[in-house]
Design a protein around this ligand. Structure first.
Ligand code: UDP
Length: 240
């Protein structure tokens, strides 16, 4: 990808968005028949599936916890999901994303209800355009709810960053690659608790505050779409 001369022209981003605007977001719950719960998320050009299995007995058994379930997350990118073919299989990046995804989701689950069990979350990225970890977390939260796993709340996630000195919401590929800062955030919306915060680049203290505030606002919108997806699946239709 060639570096564009500017990422912000007359206050608009390369795809025409305002700095505080999300990419188009679509979420559908219950899309995979074999999984206990599932969701599909399109965030701009990202296309991501999440599948949840369990709670079920943990195998291998030596990984069982006597007093709680284990949340196991696997983030994986399809070889055809990116511009240069991605070598299939786990790598350092996908292991890191799997770990932070687990940590972002764990606080909303009542794992103590299911001793010796495992809840598996598989996140499969079919098309990537920056922000796949946030799209994956949004999909996984809906898939967990779709599986009927008891939850305190959903988890909503979005990245914020800085391009040409301006704080922006929901970075796309060019902004991720050529911008100054990328800060993915995940939030438990009702409690306003942050469960993921990573940063690539730098912010001043003031910029950080402004960016975090923008992330909260973005997550509120995402939360609404997540809840709508669940309502659509579980609404009792007239005549049923
Ligand atoms: N990417 C890529 N090849 C890779 C890994 C990432 O082309 O092997 C791209 C992909 O579009 C991804 C983006 O780089 O969405 C940003 O990756 P990052 O590690 O920041 O994670 P993300 O923003 O997807 O959570």
């Amino acid at each position: 990808m060639e570096k564009p001369e500017k990422l912000l022209i007359d206050g608009k981003r390369l795809d025409g968005r305002a700095p505080d605007e999300l990419r188009p977001l679509k979420i559908k719950a219950g899309v995979l028949e074999r999984a206990d719960g599932s969701a599909y998320v399109e965030l701009g050009n990202n296309k991501v599936f999440a599948a949840v299995y369990g709670p079920r007995e943990m195998h291998p058994r030596h990984d069982q916890q006597p007093d709680s379930a284990v949340l196991r997350c696997r983030y994986s990118m399809a070889p055809f999901s990116v511009e240069d073919r991605k070598r299939p299989g786990p790598d350092r990046r996908s292991m890191e994303i799997s770990k932070v995804t687990r940590e972002a989701l764990e606080p909303v689950l009542f794992l103590e209800l299911y001793p010796r069990s495992v809840i598996d979350v598989f996140i499969e990225v079919l098309q990537a355009d920056a922000g796949t970890r946030t799209a994956g977390i949004n999909a996984a939260a809906v898939a967990l709810a779709d599986a009927g796993v008891p939850m305190r709340d959903l988890v909503s996630s979005v990245a914020v960053g800085k391009i040409d000195g301006t704080i922006i919401l929901d970075l796309m590929k060019e902004e991720d690659q050529f911008g100054t800062t990328d800060m993915p955030v995940a939030i438990i919306p009702r409690k306003k608790v942050v469960t993921l915060l990573q940063m690539d680049g730098h912010f001043t203290k003031e910029e950080f505050k402004q960016a975090l505030d923008l992330a909260f606002k973005g997550c509120e919108k995402i939360y609404e779409v997540q809840r709508q997806a669940l309502k659509e699946k579980y609404a009792i239709k007239e005549g049923e």
